[in-house]
Write a protein that binds this ligand. Structure first.
Ligand SMILES: [Fe+2]
Length: 152
């Protein structure tokens, strides 16, 4: 069974970010699955590395979007992103030092991510709906000329 499942309550009102959250959750689930199945260390390690890389890229995209829309709580939001990246880096570092695949960390991660998406990312949903969408749409168009907008 999946460790965490995306559901409509997680929606932040921006399709591209919702899609990124889904991939992030999927990657977390793959890592959990691999650890539960006692898959070789090389594959759990590489899944943990993918999770870190994906999370980092996702945060860059999310912070860019928030900066584009002058979100007033960007600084605090970034600090929370850094906190999670540090946790993931520490987890990966313990793999590299030869530590065992720690499933408890994934439960911590699940709680952290659930709270972050619902309560912290959820905090910019209303802001974007009220202040951000026009410039966000413009930004999305200039980055993906010829494609449909990634704003739902
Ligand atoms: Fe966030």
């Amino acid at each position: 069974m999946a460790l965490l499942q995306w559901n409509e309550k997680f929606s932040v009102g921006v399709r591209s970010i919702d899609e990124q959250h889904k991939v992030l959750i999927e990657t977390l689930n793959e890592l959990h699955h691999a650890i539960m199945k006692s898959e070789p260390r090389s594959s759990t390690r590489s899944l943990a590395a993918s999770l870190l890389a994906y999370t980092r890229n996702h945060y860059v995209a999310e912070e860019q979007m928030l900066a584009n829309t002058d979100y007033p709580e960007l600084k605090q939001h970034q600090a929370l992103h850094r906190e999670l990246l540090q946790m993931l880096q520490g987890y990966l570092a313990s793999f590299e030092r030869g530590g065992a695949a720690n499933v408890d960390f994934l439960y911590v991660l699940r709680a952290w991510l659930t709270n972050h998406i619902l309560n912290v990312d959820g905090g910019y949903r209303a802001w974007l709906a009220e202040h951000g969408l026009p410039s966000l749409v413009a930004a999305a168009h200039s980055h993906t000329a010829g494609h449909t907008s990634n704003v739902s």
